[in-house]
Design a protein around this ligand. Structure first.
Ligand code: PLP
Length: 397
């Protein structure tokens, strides 16, 4: 019996692997690990959203729905996107999914033939590369560099585009760097993409989590001629603290809609019905917790940046969005000839702080570590203090 090459090429997402290691450590050694590895809000889902789910269950909304989603949620998403993305969307453009990850997979399955090239950000969210490979595509990393504030260098992008490029994945605000693309960045990207054969997958799952008065979210779909070739993805996991509900959506150009819908139809059939009803409340309801969470993330971001930069050998700029800090630890790693993964393991086993080595996000991420600041202020303070002491003890510069 043989496992397919595609399955062998598929790597598990680092955050879930480190989470499992950290949980084992807690269980077996009784150590209180501080979890800065996993990308999920530490808050509860807003009460109004939970209530609307309970109501849907009481109303008997417990059966299959159309694969594309219930009409009421598709309408709510179209309304929400039209308000927030500078472009008009119709309910028939909207595909509901059990999480954004499935939409990444569905997009790769829809657009990639064996050997087709797909460009993805490096460092970037690990499932992009896995999904490209699972679909038989050839992953082409697009390096995002600290000296460019992790924004896309359009010249570098244009050199990577070939006649075989069928898909370009963009993500802003970005995981793991927190970088945010400006409208000017997107206009420049659009210019080079316009002449290509590529569809864009625009991962906007952190669109709501942008900090600083002058920073705003821009979607490539709002740039002329781009909407027709963009699958715009957003979802409820991060903005509404709904990671476990598995709810996301995409605006899909009409000519591709039926094909993408068939992937949903043949995999999960549809998204749980009562969860979809809760999604309407998330998008259109008045849930003050959503603003509160964002304000807290913003404060924690400043706190973490401040504490990280006091640790000898650690350097990080203030990110503009998402809830991650991508820390340059090259001084330490180069001196002690360590990989970022080994260093992250050391922080877990010696300081009880779980985080991710930058290489989990691609080769360009080597030399960095990622902390999530979706954790409480006392936990962030405690984690940074533990790491500070450990670095002074084990890695003097
Ligand atoms: N895209 C990015 C950049 C992410 O960081 C995540 C989750 O961490 C997702 C997509 C997937 O989110 P979900 O599948 O929970 O909707």
């Amino acid at each position: 019996m043989k496992i397919s090459v595609r399955a062998q090429n598929c790597t598990a997402e680092g955050a879930f692997e480190v989470l499992a290691k950290a949980k084992a450590l807690e269980r077996e050694k009784g150590i209180k690990v501080i979890h800065l590895e996993i990308g999920e809000p530490d808050f509860s889902t807003p009460a109004g959203i939970i209530d609307s789910c309970k109501k849907a269950l009481d109303d008997g909304q417990t059966h299959y729905t159309p694969a594309a989603g219930i009409p009421e949620l598709r309408e709510a998403v179209a309304k929400y996107l039209s308000m927030h993305r500078g472009s008009d969307f119709e309910p028939q453009d909207i595909l509901i999914s059990t999480g954004g990850k499935l939409l990444i997979f569905a997009t790769c399955m829809t657009f990639l033939e064996e050997g087709d090239e797909a460009i993805y950000p490096d460092p970037g969210y690990p499932p992009y590369r896995s999904a490209i490979r699972l679909a038989g595509g050839h992953p082409v990393p697009l390096p995002l560099l600290e000296e460019d504030d992790y924004r896309i260098d359009v010249e570098r992008l244009s050199k990577l585009i070939t006649p075989k490029t069928r898909l370009i994945i963009l993500n802003s605000p970005q995981n793991p760097t927190g970088a945010l693309f400006t409208r000017e960045d997107l206009e420049k990207i659009a210019k080079v993409v316009r002449d290509s054969n590529a569809v864009i997958f625009s991962d906007e799952i952190y669109s709501h989590l942008i900090y600083g008065e002058n920073n705003v979210h821009s979607s490539i779909a709002s740039i002329p001629e781009m909407k027709e070739r963009t699958v715009l993805m957003d979802g409820m996991s991060k903005t509404y603290a709904m990671t476990g509900w598995r709810l996301a959506y995409a605006a899909v150009p009409r000519e591709f809609f039926t094909s993408m819908q068939k992937i949903i139809n043949n995999t999960v059939s549809c998204t749980p019905t009562f969860v979809q009803y809760a999604g309407i409340e998330a998008l259109l309801g008045d849930n003050p917790e959503v603003t509160m969470m964002k304000e807290k993330f913003c404060k924690r971001r400043s706190l973490m940046v401040n504490l990280v930069n006091q640790i000898p050998g650690f350097h990080a700029k203030e990110p503009q969005g998402a809830f991650y800090l991508f820390v340059n630890a090259k001084e330490i790693l180069n001196k002690y000839l360590m990989t970022s993964k080994a260093f992250a393991d050391h922080l877990l086993y010696q300081a009880g702080v779980a985080c991710l080595g930058g290489s989990a996000f691609g080769d360009t991420g080597e030399g960095y570590i990622r902390f999530s600041y979706a954790n409480s202020t006392p936990n962030i303070e405690e984690a940074m203090e533990r790491i500070h002491q450990l670095v002074i003890r084990d890695f003097p510069l």
